[in-house]
Design a protein around this ligand. Structure first.
Ligand code: ADP
Ligand code: MG
Length: 697
């Protein structure tokens, strides 16, 4: 293949040195085309720039040695293994060198040849002296072979494909690859002092210096983040421009009445955030706002006020919660607070929609605007749900809904409704910028007054008796407690594991130390009716001890609960533990979170220590991201963004900010935005003829 026949969309098997068999193996790495291979960026590098004189070699060092081969001997062991021995000599000394089981080298090697060897220096067990016995590569300089020296890439590999294969194939690819056209605007390149795409792409594989490598990485990471930012800006612009949003009037009587009847005074942060929200709603530009607030910071009431504002202006509102339990909890609270003002609140949950009759009824009521505020789960997203006059959508615990679902909701009405997103998962700024870059962000940092900080303790399984005696005493003095377990029941594969599932814990506790106490069991496999009943009893204080899986994870509000025990705490992420901890400490009683774990795997104990000392949800989330990576952090959430191949939102935070700023500053034309947003997806094609066509159009 020559340079002018080259296409990035070509199958990788046509690359010199690859072929069909290796191409098949590369599929495991998601490499199918030339472009895929090109963007299979090195995961690390090894510095092979310097030839080490033999007398300076150190044990365990992997070094480049150049020397003349002599005293070559070949022998075969009784088991048929070929061992080739020799010594390498340079003008500082000599070192023995051994090739194991490489029969074919017999005819290639001979005394007197000058070799460049990359190998590991080991201490020989017999002689007690250094030898080169692990040879990565070697080249015979006398035969005109060029040693691969320099800063060498190390690629993620699979099967029998070794680094030599990747390096040689990449070298071939870069050789036949035509110069890459520049994709970034000139002004961006200049301002940020970025190298050209072509030089960055070549240098990232075979850098000549650390500085060059650094610049190349920075450039390619910038590309990824910049294209994402353009995409997010496009989403934002389109919802703002294409269809007009609605605009509300200034706060009126209804809102003031509801406010005056709230059971508490709003905190300063709540007031501030609601003011911003009200202003957003009064503007014609559709609101796209994310409210971040730690668990228990009181986001719900801000949502309630916003929904009342929508209703006051003749619109309907929707409030989407991630679970049935939460939806019905919000529903009850809303009914209690809004009924007297004639605001009609409806609940749309799976339970309601399962029966055809009740489903059709509520759909009709929503379509006819007989319901002002619809509270529900994903059920709100269902096709049959059409609002007459949707003005505001609130989604709670947003990290469970993806960008795609967000836009799904927008289609439920002719005009673009305002959108308020609330999350208790403190999403670090780096993440907000990549995942929620299309949203404006408000923070509720202040906690409602009178809260006592929750004390957290990490304990061992052997402390259980003490722990549960403590829990019993809390219950006896009138409070309630949660026990959360990672699993529902023991599966076959978990039989041997030291994990106590919820059902077993429930049996153990309710028949043991809590025999005289009303206990309840709650898990995801139970029918939702059963779940509701148990939850209701717990809320009413009839059940004192609730053993459950993480179904109580988010938002559940039981002010009388003062203890949260988490069994097998190592099984949960920090952010998740923090969420669980947030289930208590919602009243004025002193509250406790006890994390039980015997695990010393990985960083289990380190993580539990962090929980003991840190109550700041944002700090915990940052730590969690560092310890577990973004994929884990978001669980299965479909955040709808392309994977990053080279950028890392933590390490490359400054690049991320630069990319966001550049997208805002320079790319304001919608056509350009969509062009850049799509560029990555179409890059393979874009690099080819089509790219030029677009550029010249
Ligand atoms: P979250 O932000 O976790 O969703 P909630 O909205 O559920 O928090 O509020 C947690 C608890 O604090 C609720 O019981 C709520 O009634 C109460 N609360 C909210 N705001 C205030 C306030 N300003 N003063 C006192 N209690 C408040
Ligand atoms: Mg909440």
């Amino acid at each position: 293949m020559s340079r002018n026949q080259f296409e990035f969309t070509d199958n990788i098997m046509y690359l010199k040195g690859v072929g069909p068999k290796r191409a098949k193996m590369l599929e495991k790495l998601n490499i199918f085309t030339m472009y895929d291979f090109l963007t299979h960026y090195p995961r690390a590098y090894e510095d092979r720039r310097y030839i080490t004189p033999i007398n300076e070699l150190e044990i365990d060092q992997t070094a480049v040695v150049v020397g003349r081969l002599s005293r070559l001997t070949v022998r075969t062991t009784s088991r048929g293994m070929t061992i080739i021995n020799g010594i390498l000599v340079d003008n500082t000394g000599y070192i023995p060198i051994t090739w194991f089981n490489q029969d074919y080298l017999k005819d290639k090697l001979e005394d007197g040849l000058v070799l460049a060897v990359v190998g590991k220096v080991k201490l020989d067990g017999w002689s007690g002296r250094p030898v080169i016995s692990q040879i990565n590569t070697f080249t015979i300089l006398d035969y005109g072979e060029k040693p691969m020296l320099g800063i060498l890439p190390i690629y993620a590999s699979t099967g029998s494909l070794n680094q030599n294969f990747f390096r040689a194939a990449m070298d071939n690819l870069l050789y036949i690859m035509p110069d890459l056209p520049e994709i970034l605007p000139d002004v961006v390149l200049k301002e940020l002092n970025l190298p050209s795409l072509d030089s960055a792409m070549r240098a990232v594989h075979f850098p000549k210096s650390n500085e060059q490598l650094h610049a190349a990485r920075r450039r390619l990471a910038f590309d990824e983040l910049f294209l994402i930012q353009c995409g997010l800006m496009l989403i934002k612009k389109q919802t703002q421009d294409e269809r007009l949003g609605i605009s509300c009037k200034k706060n009126g009587k209804l809102l003031k009445d509801v406010m005056s009847k709230l059971p508490f005074e709003l905190t300063g942060d709540q007031k501030k955030v609601f003011k911003v929200v009200a202003k957003d709603m009064e503007s014609k530009v559709p609101m796209r706002r994310l409210i971040q607030g730690d668990v228990g910071s009181g986001k719900t009431v801000v949502a309630l006020l916003a929904l009342v504002k929508a209703v006051e202006n003749g619109f309907q509102g929707a409030f989407m919660a991630p679970t049935e339990i939460l939806a019905s909890q919000h529903y009850e609270k809303f009914v209690k607070q809004l009924e007297e003002f004639g605001i009609r609140v409806g609940l749309l949950s799976a339970k309601v929609t399962r029966l055809k009759k009740s489903r059709e009824k509520i759909y009709q009521q929503i379509a006819d605007h007989e319901i002002d505020i619809v509270i529900g789960t994903h059920a709100i997203l269902q096709e049959g749900v059409q609002f007459k006059n949707l003005g505001l959508v609130v989604t709670d615990e947003q990290h469970r809904f993806g960008v795609a679902q967000r836009s799904e909701l927008e289609k439920k009405s002719e005009k673009v409704p305002d959108m308020l997103v609330m999350t208790a998962t403190p999403i670090p700024r780096t993440m907000t910028l990549t995942v929620y870059g299309d949203l404006d962000v408000s923070l509720i940092k202040q906690m409602p007054p009178g809260r006592k900080p929750i004390e957290t303790y990490a304990r061992k399984i052997s402390d259980r008796k003490k722990v549960y005696t403590f829990v019993l005493n809390e219950i006896k003095s009138g409070r309630q407690a949660f026990v959360v377990c990672p699993l529902i029941e023991r599966s076959e594969s978990e039989k041997m594991n030291h994990i106590d599932p919820a059902t077993e814990m429930y049996d153990m506790l309710s028949n043991g130390i809590f025999k005289k106490i009303p206990c309840g069991l709650l898990h995801g496999k139970m029918k939702s009716k059963e779940k509701d009943e148990i939850m209701e009893k717990f809320r009413a204080g009839e059940i004192k001890l609730l053993v459950s899986t993480t179904v109580v994870e988010v938002g559940v509000d039981i002010p009388n609960a003062s203890v949260m025990v988490v069994e097998n705490a190592e099984r949960f992420g920090l952010a998740q533990l923090h969420q669980l901890r947030g289930r208590v400490g919602r009243g004025s009683d002193k509250s406790y979170c006890i994390l039980i774990s015997d695990s010393d795997k990985g960083n289990a104990q380190e993580r539990l220590d962090i929980m003991e000392t840190t109550t700041d949800g944002f700090k915990l989330a940052e730590k969690d991201l560092q310890l577990r990576g973004p994929g884990q952090f978001f669980g299965e959430a479909q955040h709808g963004l392309p994977d990053l191949k080279i950028a890392d939102v933590f390490r490359d935070y400054e690049i991320l900010i630069a990319a966001r700023d550049a997208a805002e500053k320079y790319i304001t034309d919608e056509n350009d935005l969509s062009y850049y947003a799509n560029l990555r997806k179409n890059l393979a094609i874009a690099y080819g003829d089509k790219f030029n066509a677009v550029l010249n159009a």
